[in-house]
Design a protein around this ligand. Structure first.
Ligand code: HEM
Length: 160
């Protein structure tokens, strides 16, 4: 978890930009998952509530259980942003979260696509504010999160 270090400037960029999107987590989270399902449509089959598959992306995005998952993802990102100075404190939680996702059938490789989709959602929400420095800062934070989650697969994170 130590590998990816964030500079103070990068932490500030992350805090400031998160502040701008965090008021509407459902919207930005929906943009993230819409993009994710465009890039990897088969991921939708991993979301089964009451053992039923969704018959379309639209049905999935509109379901209350999936909306809860969007909020769960945003809550983890929020926790990471709030813990920028103490990221190793999240490691144990994130490893357990990775383990749960492996059990749900998620392939480690898919977390790369989640990262691309997160950057896409941030760019959509922030427009010109999403500079290349901001992108680099968020990529690093996401790499830290995925690195800890990867331990739940007992594996190294996929190459970025
Ligand atoms: C490949 C993308 C992902 C898939 C297919 C996926 C799938 C799932 C599924 C099926 C569950 C169990 C049902 C539920 O709670 O809704 C779950 C739970 C959860 N997911 Fe994800 N997820 C993905 C990405 C993420 C990411 C990126 C995060 C956060 C960084 C995250 C955070 C959570 C949390 C906090 C839970 C609840 C775990 C618990 O019950 O303790 N998920 N996910």
């Amino acid at each position: 978890m130590e590998k990816e270090t964030l500079s103070e400037t990068q932490k500030e960029l992350i805090r400031n930009t998160w502040e701008m999107v965090t008021q509407d987590q459902i919207h930005h989270g929906t943009v993230l998952f819409t993009r994710l399902f465009e890039l990897e449509p088969e991921l939708i089959f991993l979301f089964q509530y009451n053992s039923a598959h969704f018959s379309s992306v639209q049905e999935c995005l509109l379901s209350s259980e999936f909306t809860e998952h969007i909020l769960k993802v945003m809550t983890v990102i929020d926790a990471a942003v709030r813990s920028l100075d103490t990221l190793p404190s999240l490691e144990e939680y994130l490893t357990g979260l990775g383990r749960k996702h492996r059990t749900s059938g998620v392939q480690l490789e898919s977390f790369k696509t989640v990262g691309e989709s997160l950057l896409y959602a941030l760019e959509s929400g922030l427009g010109d504010v999403f500079t290349s420095d901001t992108r680099e800062a968020w990529s690093r934070l996401y790499a830290v999160v995925v690195s800890a989650m990867s331990q739940g697969w007992g594996a190294e994170p996929p190459g970025q």
